[in-house]
Design a protein around this ligand. Structure first.
Ligand code: GDP
Length: 309
C-alpha cells in the first residue's frame, strides 16, 4: 500500500477496525475511508455497491462484523450467522466488482475444530466438529474465508484471510451481557473494588484456556500482512501462549487491586477447552507480538477508566 492510496476500513468504530485506523494514521497513510453504520448499513447490498462505485477504494480491511461473547453467541445464533454473511458477502463482492487491489478479511480462531490439537495450525480448518456455542458465527467466518479463496481462484483477486486469537483493548465492548471474558472481568473487578464487594463471579469452571492479543498489536500485524503477504492460505495472528480463565481472573484482580474473593459459577458454559494458535507462519513472515499480557491489561484497564466511567 502506498501512503496516498485509498484504503477503506469497514467497521472502523469497533475494537479491531478502530485499531487498524489508528495504526494506518500513525504510519502516515493519508487517504483513509470509513463510514458510520448510521451512514451506510453494510448488510444492505445496494448501499454497499453504491459506496464502492462512488468511492472506488483500492484496499479494504474487512473488520466489520457482529461479534460477542459466549452467551451472546449462544442466545442470538440467527443474528450472528445472518449479519456476518450479509456484511462479508456485500463487501467481498463489491470489492471484486469495483476492482479493489487487495482485501484483508478478519476471521476468528473459532473456525477451528473444538478439539483441534494445540497449538492450532492453519491446516486444521475443516478437520473436525466446531464448538456448538458459536458454531453459526464460525460457519459465517468459514464462508468468508472460502469466498475470498474462491474469488482468488476464479477471478484472480488478492483477498487474504487472517485468524486473530481473542482480542482486547481500547473500544472493546464492556457490556457484561454481551462482552468477551477480558473486558467483562476488567469491569467486574473494577466495580467490585469500587463497591467493596466481597467476591467477583467468574463464569464456568476457570479451567478453559485462552490466548489474548492486545488489539493494537493485531492491527500492526494486519497492516504488515497487507503489505507483505499475497498467498491464498489463511494466517493465524496471536502470541503463541495461553492462560487459564482462573489465572486470568487472578491477574486482573491484582492489576485492578480488588481484595475480595473469586467465585466460579459452573452453571455458565466453559466453551472450547483450549484455543491456542500456532503462529509459526506469521513469525516466519517477519512479525511477532511484543506486548506482555500484564502490560496489555494495564493499558486496557486505563482505557476503560478514562472512557467508560
Ligand atoms: P469464547 O472464547 O468464545 O469462549 O468467549 P468468551 O470470551 O465469552 O469466554 C471465554 C471463557 O471465559 C469461557 O470459558 C467463559 O465461560 C469464561 N468467562 C468467565 N467469566 C466470564 C464473563 O464474565 N464473561 C464472559 N464472556 N466469559 C467469561
Amino acid at each position: 500500500m502506498e501512503k496516498q492510496e485509498k484504503i477503506f476500513i469497514a467497521g472502523h468504530r469497533g475494537l479491531v477496525g478502530s485499531a487498524i485506523l489508528r495504526n494506518l494514521e500513525n504510519q502516515g497513510y493519508s487517504n483513509l475511508l470509513y463510514r458510520a453504520s448510521s451512514e451506510m448499513d453494510l448488510r444492505n447490498q445496494q448501499e454497499v455497491l453504491e459506496f464502492f462505485k462512488s468511492e472506488e477504494p483500492e484496499f479494504v480491511f474487512l473488520a466489520a462484523a457482529k461479534v460477542g461473547g459466549i452467551i451472546a453467541n449462544n442466545t442470538y445464533p440467527a443474528d450472528f450467522i445472518r449479519d456476518n454473511l450479509m456484511i462479508q458477502n456485500n463487501i467481498i463482492d463489491a470489492s471484486y466488482k469495483f476492482g479493489v487491489k487487495k482485501l484483508l478479511f478478519l476471521g476468528s480462531t473459532c473456525i477451528y475444530p473444538k478439539f483441534a490439537p494445540q497449538p492450532m495450525k492453519e491446516e486444521y480448518l475443516l478437520t473436525g466438529e466446531l464448538e456448538p456455542t458459536n458454531e453459526p458465527y464460525a460457519i459465517a467466518k468459514i464462508a468468508g474465508i472460502k469466498m475470498c479463496q474462491s474469488y482468488n481462484r476464479q477471478y484472480g483477486t488478492k483477498y487474504i484471510s487472517v485468524m486473530p486469537t481473542n482480542l482486547y483493548g481500547p473500544y472493546d465492548n464492556f457490556d457484561l451481557e454481551t462482552s468477551h471474558v477480558m473486558p467483562a472481568l476488567i469491569r467486574k473487578f473494577h466495580e467490585a473494588k469500587e463497591n467493596e464487594s466481597s467476591f467477583v463471579e467468574v463464569w464456568g469452571t476457570g479451567n478453559p484456556k485462552r490466548e489474548f492479543l492486545y488489539v493494537d498489536e493485531l492491527a500492526d500485524a494486519c497492516v504488515f500482512i497487507m503489505n507483505h503477504y499475497e498467498e491464498n492460505e489463511i494466517v493465524n495472528i496471536g502470541v503463541g501462549e495461553d492462560i487459564s480463565i482462573g489465572d486470568l481472573a487472578r491477574l486482573i484482580k491484582d492489576i485492578v487491586g480488588f481484595k475480595g474473593a473469586i467465585r466460579f459459577d459452573s452453571s455458565k458454559p466453559d466453551g472450547t477447552p483450549r484455543k491456542l494458535v500456532d503462529v509459526t507462519k506469521l513469525n516466519k513472515l517477519g512479525w511477532k507480538a511484543e506486548t506482555s499480557l500484564e502490560q496489555g491489561i494495564k493499558q486496557a484497564y486505563k482505557w476503560f477508566m478514562d472512557n467508560q466511567l
